[in-house]
Design a protein around this ligand. Structure first.
Ligand code: GAP
Length: 508
């Protein structure tokens, strides 16, 4: 699903029309890169968060959760390196007045060259059929070889420049590659300058007494500063993990692509504390575990890929992203990072407090190494939403729009309808609704034709619709319609809960 702009627009419109996501402060013309989750969106988001929590905390006896404050002591961000190094290089185009991340301009340029290479490969595969040897083709085709060399050369310039905060070199690279502004088409650029992504505010009631504090740009630091609290009070033995979900804030230079990149978003992070020297084993373990979690939602493997980082963050000795095939192409969904002992050591240094673990088996104290899994809840929401969005042509030639959200994540599990609004059917339907609602989030509806009601629930992904008709009053049976197959079965009322429950099961 490459670069499918129209599809993405449709999904965004659908998300608004059916109460999943609204632009923040819409009646005031909106606030850029901020979104509100509507009545269906909040249910889906809560379900994804709970599923992550279940996989990480409930299913691992050595992982516990916390919920740390968003506001933290300002020195936390000095120690973590965010005050000095959480920057993006920024560049403006003087004609369009548009602002860009300079490194992203270069990376987009690389992506264009990569797209050319992919096209050549696809063409050759078609031409040679079964006899096609991709490896040999890539190594010998002169155009591909030249393009790969080009990419290598650009990377060899970009990454050291980023590493060394060399803004002049990045500007030079943009000029050498003749990169033009996608809006104005001009190459009239400002200098590149560093921009810190943290939001700050003042805590305290008087101007003189106020302290500048930051809105956390990641939830991870709340875990690091509580490492010993949790280890000691929970009597945790290494290896063990601490999980947390919560809001994070980044003043992104270019926030775009709907909820993919926002300035206020939610993270689901887990720090796994291990013996020094064992981090690579756990890094591989968590890469695999997290991929399994994604696949457990029924999304096919080809929608995901790993991307190993060439350029590592200041705290990492290995890092990989799990990328998802969004409508705008493969993009980062989750990061798995081997963060070494960078954070705990830095907090030891800045706080003057020991953050060590006494390993009873080795009879030795050390600062543990950390493997982190970090996923954006909003991005996971976008992955589920875009994968679920389905336009179907039915046997009779009519169209239906159905959200094939995994049933256990769907906002509503069951919709209960009386066939007509008379003859005691609404009362009977309400009775069924009342017996089901302690078990599942249910929806009661009696307006419009039954066909329209089915369509409305297809559009929000409700896996089951239960209809009460005149026969129900005679024999206590109802029809139950399954969303994806549209198959309807007649079942006794007291079987409904079991049938729905079975369909909601998911194996982790
Ligand atoms: N603690 C590590 C960390 O924060 P990151 O790669 O900067 O690493 C982790 O962020 C995840 O948070 C990303 O993989 C992405 O899913 C999500 N994320 C980051 N910035 C985001 C933004 N501006 N909007 C939405 N999600 C974002």
């Amino acid at each position: 699903m490459a670069n499918n702009e129209d599809l993405f627009k449709k999904i965004i419109a659908h998300a608004k029309e059916y109460g999943f996501i609204f632009q923040s402060s819409e009646i005031y013309d909106g606030l850029a890169a901020a979104y509100d989750y509507g009545q269906n969106g909040v249910e889906l988001k809560n379900n994804i968060r709970s599923y992550w929590w279940k996989a990480m905390v409930q299913m691992h006896e050595n992982i516990v959760g916390i919920d740390a404050a968003i506001f933290m002591h300002p020195t936390v961000w000095k120690a973590s390196g965010h005050v000095d190094a959480f920057n993006d290089p920024l560049i403006d185009n003087k004609d369009s007045k548009k602002r860009y991340r300079a490194d992203v301009l270069v990376e987009d340029h690389i992506a264009k060259i990569e797209a050319k290479i992919s096209k050549e490969i696809i063409k050759a595969r078609k031409r040679f059929g079964d006899a096609f040897d991709e490896k040999q083709f890539v190594e010998t085709n002169p155009r591909i070889v030249a393009n790969l060399e080009k990419i290598e050369k650009i990377k060899n310039c970009l990454y050291p420049a980023m590493e060394n905060d060399d803004m002049t070199a990045i500007k030079q690279l943009i000029e050498d590659l003749e990169i033009a502004c996608p809006v104005s088409g001009s190459r009239n650029w400002t200098e590149v300058r560093q921009f810190n992504l943290m939001f700050s505010t003042n805590m305290g009631s008087t101007a003189e007494g106020a302290t500048e504090i930051y809105l956390r740009p990641e939830t991870a630091q709340g875990i690091f500063v509580n490492f010993l609290n949790v280890q000691k009070t929970g009597r945790m033995k290494i290896p063990f993990g601490i999980a947390q979900t919560g809001k994070a804030f980044r003043n992104e230079i270019v926030a775009r692509q709907f909820i993919f990149r926002m300035r206020e978003f939610e993270q689901m992070e887990m720090q796994f504390f291990v013996r020094p020297g064992e981090e690579m084993k756990w890094y591989e373990y968590w890469k695999e575990e997290r991929m399994k979690w994604h696949l457990s939602m029924g999304i096919p493997r080809e929608k995901f890929r790993f991307h190993n980082h060439d350029k590592l963050a200041h705290y990492a000795n290995a890092a990989a992203d799990i990328e998802f095939d969004f409508p705008m192409g493969f993009k980062e969904l989750e990061g798995i990072h081997s963060r070494t002992d960078f954070d705990l050591k830095a907090h030891e240094e800045f706080s003057g407090k020991k953050l060590r673990y006494h390993d009873p088996e080795l009879n030795e104290s050390y600062v543990p190494y950390v493997v982190e899994t970090s996923i954006g809840l909003d991005r996971q929401f976008l992955a589920v939403l875009t994968h679920a969005y389905t336009e179907e042509t039915l046997k009779d030639g009519s169209q239906r729009m159905v959200m094939k959200i995994p049933p256990f994540l769907a906002p509503y599990k069951v919709a209960v309808f009386p066939l007509v609004k008379k003859d005691g059917l609404p009362e009977k339907a309400m009775e069924i609704f009342d017996t089901l609602k302690p078990e599942f989030l249910c929806f009661y509806e009696e307006k419009d034709s039954i066909g329209k009601r089915y369509r409305r629930h297809d559009a929000i992904g409700t896996p089951y619709c239960v209809t009460v008709d005149h026969k129900t009053l005679e024999d206590n049976t109802v029809t139950i319609r399954e969303r994806d197959s549209m198959k309807q079965d007649r079942v006794p009322i007291d079987e409904i809960a079991r049938i729905v429950m079975e369909r909601l099961a998911v194996s982790l």
